[in-house]
Design a binder for this molecule. Structure first.
Ligand code: F6R
Length: 620
């Protein structure tokens, strides 16, 4: 570590109960590896003695260091994503004070660690890591006089920054304490066992009853249950029943989570649409849209002046797609923005602006801060989120849960198409509220979306064909993705997928922009993938294809199933069946995902855990 600042992403897990705590925590860490996988560690009680084991690398490297017999009734674990300095065993969690009295795992950043460290050093403290987390173990140990809860509660107010902690004391083998501020913490209540984790997935094999801690809450956990505390007092709590099954978070026979999640899309989209849209038999009636989570009167949507959509990465591309849908259906200006830029730009906002936050994890730090800024400026915030109980969901005035099930592959796939479908439903809702579409148009559009399951199924039947195309292009060092209209964000998403999982340099451009620079790159060594579905800008795209062809470029096209001309112009064609703009966006995403997956697989890349990435970016 260069500056002693500890990591802010990472995943933590804790278990206390009459099972095998080491096994439960290691399995939990595996489920959280998407949050980071530079190093991992565990601390557990064995015969009332607390032992820590840490390893550089993956959870599998940690497991290799744990002997089979290592079982116990309490364990805490950590998987790490380093932001500063190289990952090392010395900086891996768990961290303890020098006497080993207090041991903890931490997800977050203690902003005032330097001041606290200087104070401890002045008293003669010695540190065995460069992390801010270790300082907290020292501080709690200093206060500890046999009452762990009292010691923890006296130290937390001294900390500035963000944290989710799992904390144990060496003479309390039956008690685990959790605390949260700014970093997520889910607490599961099972039969004779309780668990904590950075999200609900590690908890699900044990129980579906989950309490999502709020900021500045502390939880005391034993095998018999939990108590939740705030401001030094016990408070009542209501567990959420999570619908996701533990099986849904397993690979289910696929080689990778990414492939499984790509193939889940027809089912995920079917159930998303089924839950949200009902088309009454009486043809004069509009579709009934289930807007559960968005308890905002229709009047509000009539009064808004514009919409700003904030998101990062793939979710931002979904916002770019949604811009066209919202403007066409709800007839209101809609602007996608990178949340990271939005939050620091001092954007012009007033209470007439609706802010829509788009996020799979619900924890992306920049998006979360964008939401907070929008609320400070008096804007309403609606979020489109996958992870139930996540920070952004809880900060928002309304939440549209996509319910895509856990997305474990680091590259986002099913959440992307889930976002597009969700934002389309939201745009229909706003269009009806604003009177910009009538019942007949709303029915037609809703019925079209309701067809998404079979359309997505039919693209997946071309998977082997796409794999063969992938084999042909897998050794190219560069790729261009081009499209117009909604084809442009899809091109950007195709390029992002390819670069993140295969490490091939790829760029996504509006094809209209090609002549303004990128065309200089075109030659026989640069394949260009065109999104060339029939629609408003089809002829323009054909013109761009001709331009690339004239310069000797190799061309792959994603084209409409009834396009019998395009194969004369391009080297490879992937045909998809779609009859409308919304369907185009969804069905076109799937071949892009498959192409990236198969190229990465052929290049031997670690598809589910690409280097340098983490699934939830909870740092700036
Ligand atoms: C790319 C990818 C990322 C995320 C981005 C936002 O495949 O997964 O670009 O889309 O980090 O994450 P969420 O949607 O969780 O806010």
């Amino acid at each position: 570590m260069t500056n002693g600042r500890e990591i802010a992403m990472c995943g933590i897990v804790g278990f206390v109960g009459r099972g095998n705590a080491v096994k439960a925590v290691v399995e939990g860490l595996r489920a959280l590896e998407y949050r980071g996988y530079d190093s991992a560690g565990i601390a557990f009680f064995k015969k009332n003695k607390l032992t820590s084991v840490r390893a550089c690398g993956r959870v599998a490297d940690l497991e290799a260091k744990l002997s089979d017999s290592e079982s116990s009734e309490l364990a805490i674990g950590h998987t790490r994503w380093a932001t500063h300095g190289a990952p090392s065993e010395r900086n891996s969690h768990p961290h303890s004070d020098p006497t080993g009295t207090i041991t903890l795992v931490h997800n977050g950043i203690i902003d005032n660690y330097a001041t606290l460290k200087a104070e401890l050093e002045a008293e003669g403290a010695k540190f065995s890591s460069d992390t801010d987390s270790e300082i907290v173990a020292h501080l709690i140990a200093k206060e500890y006089k046999g009452d762990l809860l009292a010691a923890v509660e006296s130290v937390l107010p001294k900390l500035d920054g963000t944290f989710a902690f799992g904390i144990v004391a060496k003479d309390k083998p039956d008690t685990l304490i959790g605390a949260r501020r700014g970093s997520p913490l889910a607490v599961g209540i099972g039969e004779n066992e309780t668990l904590l984790a950075s999200d609900a997935v590690p908890v699900l094999p044990h129980t579906r009853k989950v309490v999502f801690l709020e900021d500045d809450q502390v939880v005391v956990m034993t095998a018999d249950g939990i108590t939740v505390r705030e401001n030094g007092k016990e408070i009542p709590f209501t567990p959420t029943e999570i619908a996701w099954s533990a099986e849904a978070a397993q690979k289910g026979g696929y080689a990778h989570f990414m492939l499984k999640e790509i193939f889940e899309q027809p089912q995920v989209l079917r159930s998303l649409v089924h839950n949200r849209i009902h088309i009454p038999e009486d043809a004069s009636l509009p579709p009934e849209l289930n807007m559960e989570g968005i308890d905002i009167p229709a009047d509000y949507f009539r009064g808004i002046s514009r919409i700003v959509m904030i998101a990062q990465g793939t979710a931002y591309h979904a916002g770019m797609v949604a811009r066209n849908m919202i403007e066409r259906v709800a007839k209101i200006a809609a602007y996608p923005e990178y949340a990271a830029d939005f939050r620091y730009r001092d954007p012009i906002l007033d209470p007439s602006v609706l802010v829509i936050a788009i996020t799979q994890s619900g924890e992306t730090m920049d998006t979360l801060h964008g939401v907070k800024l929008a609320k400070e400026r008096g804007c309403k915030v609606i979020s489109v989120v996958n992870t139930v109980g996540s920070s952004i969901a809880r900060e928002s005035d309304g939440v549209f849960y996509m319910h895509c099930g856990p997305e474990i592959g680091v590259a986002s796939t099913k959440a992307f198409t889930g976002m597009i479908a969700s934002l389309y439903i939201l745009s229909l809702h706003m269009g009806l509220a604003r009177g910009t579409i009538d019942a007949a148009e709303a029915r037609r559009r809703a019925a079209d979306l309701a067809n998404v399951g079979p359309r997505a199924d039919s693209v997946l039947t071309t998977a082997n064909y796409i794999r063969r195309i992938a084999m042909k292009y897998k050794d190219n060092g560069n790729f261009l993705f081009l499209g117009r209209g909604t084809g442009w964000p899809l091109a950007m998403e195709g390029a992002l997928k390819l670069k993140e999982v295969s490490y091939i340099h790829a760029e996504g451009y509006d094809a209209a922009e090609m002549k303004h620079g990128p065309i200089a790159l075109i030659d026989e060594n640069l394949p260009a993938l065109f999104i060339a579905l029939k629609g408003r800008r089809y002829d323009k795209v054909l013109g761009n294809i001709q331009e690339v062809r004239a310069r000797g470029g190799k061309i792959i096209a994603i084209a409409s199933h009834d396009d019998h001309e395009i194969d004369k112009l391009v080297d490879d064609v992937i045909y998809v069946r779609a009859e409308s703009g919304i369907m185009n966006s969804i069905v076109c995403s799937i071949p892009l995902q498959l192409l990236a997956y198969y190229i990465a697989e052929a290049r031997g890349c670690d598809v589910d855990k690409p280097k340098n990435l983490a699934k939830s970016v909870t740092v700036e």
